[in-house]
Structure formats: structure tokens, C-alpha cells
Design a protein around this ligand. Structure first.
Ligand SMILES: NC(=O)c1ccc[n+]([C@@H]2O[C@H](COP(=O)([O-])OP(=O)(O)OC[C@H]3O[C@@H](n4cnc5c(N)ncnc54)[C@H](OP(=O)(O)O)[C@@H]3O)[C@@H](O)[C@H]2O)c1
Length: 325
């Protein structure tokens, strides 16, 4: 039995098909194919999506785009074999998904859009509202692995207590839990610092994926009180930025001294903490810049300085309501 090994950094695709929060429109698709190609060519071979991604009529769009991009890349390619690309999707424990069969059906629908699933993840834990619901769904996830329909299985938004229970259940069937995905950035240190998830993941041999590592773009330094993104992200920005000025100044200063950008430093900090960041990228320019987070490492003094500033932030990112303990 082989465990799926993930690269040091991946690419998130929540924005690909999401109009509500991310202003997606299909004129972006050509550019997104280029984002995909650039990432793969440079070793960023992990792509994270979800069966709940894509707003309204665009439901499933992120998975469909990833499926098309992978197929086109492999037809014309090039540097990287299909087997080196890891398409990771998250299956949502919707209230109407109650049986292990419903998880298998969900995975089949995702695989249809993606071409194949490499890593299937439970999108969130139902522990906070319907603790019993997730057990048959996790059994379904394990069935998928045993049937060879996916190369690995993981979970998302789980805290240490629940993670240990899930890990035990997987171990009883001899199935490795490949990854845990939580919101982790300089503006969301809670899951690792307060819940101690990194230590638990290391103990259990689980790879820790950091989602929203740029805090929805706030850590790129391009947003300010005067320039906020539209819609809901603008609200988040106005709530958080005033209490995070000192952190952003520190990020900017370290970036300048290293001739990097704040985004590159913020992503490198995630990697220095032993996590795998999966920044979302909407343009080739952003993807190119994010690749510059690879190939170097912040010194421990710089990491400590950033940690100190992160701890002083008055209002960090709101935690996912489904994050369990
Ligand atoms: N498991 C879960 O529950 C969960 C929840 C959330 C996210 N995720 C996953 O994590 C991935 C990443 O998180 P995220 O997309 O929420 O946020 P993020 O990675 O923190 O921020 C991504 C956004 O920041 C901006 N950006 C990215 N790189 C930039 C650069 N170099 N320069 C300037 N702006 C840049 C872009 O938006 P603008 O250009 O519009 O500013 C981009 O869409 C998602 O795509 C998804 O796959 C998982």
C-alpha cells in the first residue's frame, strides 16, 4: 500500500467558477489553463477543488475546468506525466448525504467532471451539529480507496480530537489518512497554534494542508482601507486590516529585505511551519508570483518575528463554522 506524497505547495481552485465571492467569469478560462500549465511545469502538481465549488448554474465548474485543463495538458505535454498530477477534491457532507453509498455516488459524479480523483477529502466534519452523520460517509470514503477509485483519502476542517477518532477508524481498516486541510495563515493561526494540529498530524503521519494561506488575498499587501475587494471579501477586509497593520508592515519589511513579495513571504511562512499551502490564483501573474515562494526558506528569526506580529493581530480571520475540535 503506497501513501500519496504531496508537493511542498499546491494551487487552490475555489475561485474557478465562483461568481459570488470571487467574480469569476468564463472569459478567464484561457488564462486559468495557463495558470494550470505553469503550476504543473514548475512542480506545483497538487490542485484542490470541491464538489460544492461553482456558484448557481456554475455548480461543479471548478472540477470540470480542472478535468479539461488536465486532459489538455496531457494531450500536448510535456514535462510532467498525468500520474504526477494530484487532483484533490472535497466531497461535502450535505444533509441529504447520509449513507456510504451517497459518498460513492458523489465521488463518481466528481470523477466524471475531473476525469479521475487522486485525493478524495471529506470537506468538513459534521461533529458540531450532527456528529453521527459523518461515520457512514467516512466509511464510504474508505470504500472508494479500497475499491481503487481514488489514490488517497483525507479530511478537512477537523480538530485534533475528532481527527484522532477518524484516524483510529481508518487504521482499523488499514487505510492511511493522507491529509488534513485547515484554514491556516498569518491571519489564521488558530488551528495550528491553539489546537496543536501540526504535532498531532506529525504523530499520526498526516500531511497538513494550509487553505486560504493568503487570507483571501489580504496578505498580498494589495488591499488597504482605501482599496478593498468587492462584496463579502470587502467586509472581511474592512474588519481585519485595521488590526493587522503591524503584521502587514512586518511582512512588507521582510519581503523587501529579501527581494520577495508579501505573498511569497506569507506562503513561505506556511511552508516553514511544515504545512502545504494551496494559494488560489486567478491570473498567470498571480500564479507566477506564488511560485516565487518556493526554493528558499525564511530564517528562524524571521519566522519568530512574524509569529510575534501574528499573535498581536486584534481580529484574525473568522474560523470556518464547521471546524471541529
Ligand atoms: N477546506 C475548506 O473548507 C476550504 C475553504 C476555503 C478554501 N479552501 C481551498 O484553499 C484554496 C486557497 O484559499 P482561497 O482561495 O480561499 O484564498 P487564498 O489562497 O488565501 O487567496 C487567494 C486569492 O488571493 C488573490 N491572490 C492570489 N495570489 C496573489 C498574488 N500573488 N498577488 C495578488 N493577489 C493574489 C486572488 O484573488 P483576487 O485577485 O481577487 O484578490 C486569489 O484568488 C481555495 O482555492 C480552496 O481550494 C478550502
Amino acid at each position: 500500500m503506497t501513501t500519496l506524497t504531496l508537493p511542498p505547495m499546491g494551487c487552490g481552485t475555489w475561485a474557478w467558477g465562483n461568481r459570488l465571492l470571487w467574480d469569476y467569469d468564463d472569459s478567464m478560462d484561457r488564462g486559468l489553463q495557463q495558470v494550470f500549465n505553469l503550476c504543473v511545469d514548475n512542480g506545483v502538481t497538487l490542485f484542490d477543488t470541491g464538489d460544492s465549488y461553482g456558484t448557481g448554474k456554475l455548480s461543479g465548474r471548478s472540477e470540470s475546468l480542472l478535468g479539461q485543463f488536465t486532459q489538455r495538458y496531457c494531450e500536448t505535454a510535456v514535462k510532467v506525466q498525468r500520474t504526477e498530477i494530484c487532483l484533490a477534491t472535497k466531497l461535502a457532507p450535505y444533509p441529504w448525504r447520509l449513507s456510504r453509498g451517497s459518498m460513492i455516488a458523489a465521488a463518481e459524479a466528481s470523477a466524471e467532471r475531473l476525469g479521475r480523483i487522486d485525493l478524495a477529502q471529506m470537506h468538513w466534519s459534521t461533529a458540531n451539529y450532527f456528529p453521527w452523520q459523518e461515520w457512514p460517509l467516512l466509511d464510504g470514503l474508505m470504500d472508494l480507496y479500497e475499491a481503487g477509485k481514488v489514490r488517497g483519502v483525507g479530511v478537512s476542517n477537523y480538530g485534533p480530537k475528532r481527527l484522532r477518532r477518524v484516524h483510529r477508524r481508518f487504521a482499523e481498516r488499514g487505510i492511511p489518512l493522507v491529509s488534513l486541510q485547515v484554514q491556516y495563515s498569518l491571519l489564521s493561526t488558530y488551528p495550528v497554534t491553539e489546537l496543536g494540529l501540526k504535532e498531532v498530524c506529525d504523530e499520526l503521519g498526516i500531511q497538513l494542508i494550509a487553505y486560504s494561506p493568503l487570507a483571501l488575498g489580504l496578505l498580498t499587501g494589495k488591499y488597504s482601507d482605501e482599496k478593498t475587494p468587492s462584496g463579502l471579501r470587502g467586509v472581511v477586509c474592512r474588519q481585519i486590516l485595521p488590526g493587522a497593520r503591524s503584521l502587514l508592515d512586518c511582512l512588507g519589511a521582510i519581503a523587501q529585505s529579501r527581494e520577495k513579495t508579501p505573498a511569497q513571504v506569507a506562503l513561505n511562512w506556511c511552508m516553514a511551519k511544515g504545512t502545504i499551502p494551496i494559494p488560489g490564483a486567478k491570473t498567470l501573474e498571480q500564479a507566477q508570483q506564488n511560485l516565487g515562494a518556493l526554493g528558499w526558506m525564511l530564517e528562524s528569526g524571521e519566522v519568530e518575528e512574524l509569529d510575534r506580529e501574528a499573535a498581536k493581530v486584534k481580529k484574525p480571520m473568522v474560523q470556518n463554522i464547521f471546524q471541529s475540535r
